[in-house]
Ligand binder design. Structure first.
Ligand code: MG
Length: 224
C-alpha cells in the first residue's frame, strides 16, 4: 500500500514520509520533553503505511505501542525553499493518521541518544485515512480533529495550537529537503496519547469532513 486514496476516488503515490514531533505544547509536557526552537523531524519508511480498514497487528517485540492521532498533509507540488506564505499552495490534500510508536523502545533510544527508526517505523506504524482535496479544508491552521477509542474520546486536536503551523512546517522541511509530489507530513500529536490494546476500535474524525476507523487485531471480540 504505497498510495493515498482520495475521497473523490483518485489516488496518489506516496514519496517520502516526514513526521514532526513535539508540535503541541501539552503533548510535549505529558512526555516530559521540552519545547524546541526548530521542528523535530523524523522519517518513516513507506513499508510502515497501512490504510484504513486493515487490522493493526501490534509487533511482538514491544507491549507498549502508543497511538498518536495527527493531521496529515499531502504535498501536491514539490519545491525547495518554499516561502511559508505560499506553502499551502503546495498542498494537494489533507488526511488523518496514527503515528504509532513503540514507546518503550523510543524511551530507551532517547536515553541512549540513538535513532527512533525502530520505535517509529515498524510495519503499520503509519496508519492512514482517506484524504480530502486541499480546497475542502480552506483553513487548515484552524481546524479540529479527534480520536476516540472504544467510544471514548482520547485526543482532541486544534491545529491553531501547533507550535509550528502548517506553513512553517512546509517552509522548514523544504529548506532542508527537496519536497516532491506525494510527500506526506505527519504534523504532530496533541495530548492524550496512550497504549493500544488488542481489540481496540479507533475512530478518527476531522470535523464533519472525514472519518476513519481502525481496529487492533487480536482482541477477544474475535472479529479482528
Ligand atoms: Mg507523532
Amino acid at each position: 500500500m504505497n498510495e493515498i486514496q482520495m475521497l473523490d476516488g483518485t489516488a496518489m503515490g506516496v514519496a517520502n514520509i516526514f513526521c514532526i514531533g513535539r508540535n503541541y505544547a501539552a503533548h510535549v509536557r505529558e512526555l516530559g520533553n521540552r519545547e524546541e526552537l526548530e521542528p523535530v523531524v523524523f522519517l518513516k519508511p513507506r513499508s510502515a503505511l497501512s490504510p484504513e480498514g486493515r487490522p493493526i497487528q501490534l509487533p511482538e517485540w514491544t507491549d507498549d505501542v502508543h497511538y498518536e492521532a495527527e493531521l496529515l498533509v499531502l504535498i501536491g507540488r514539490g519545491g525547495k525553499r518554499i516561502a511559508k506564505e505560499k506553502a499551502l499552495d503546495h498542498v494537494a490534500g489533507y488526511g488523518l493518521g496514527l503515528d504509532l510508536t513503540a514507546r518503550d523502545r523510543q524511551n530507551e533510544a532517547k536515553a541512549r541518544g540513538l535513532p527512533w527508526t525502530l520505535s517509529k517505523g515498524f510495519d503499520q506504524s503509519a496508519c492512514l485515512s482517506r484524504f480530502i482535496a486541499a480546497a475542502e479544508l480552506p483553513e487548515p491552521n484552524r481546524c479540529r480533529f479527534s480520536l476516540s477509542i472504544n467510544g471514548q474520546l482520547r485526543q482532541s486536536g486544534r491545529t491553531e495550537l501547533m507550535l509550528f503551523d502548517l506553513g512553517e512546517l512546509i517552509a522548514y522541511l523544504s529548506e532542508k529537503f527537496t519536497l516532491s509530489p506525494g510527500d506526506l507530513i505527519f504534523t504532530g500529536t496533541p495530548e492524550g496519547v496512550g497504549r493500544l490494546h488488542p481489540g481496540d476500535r479507533l475512530s478518527l474524525r476531522l470535523e464533519d469532513k472525514l472519518q476513519a476507523e481502525f481496529v487492533v487485531a487480536g482482541g477477544t471480540g474475535g472479529d479482528a
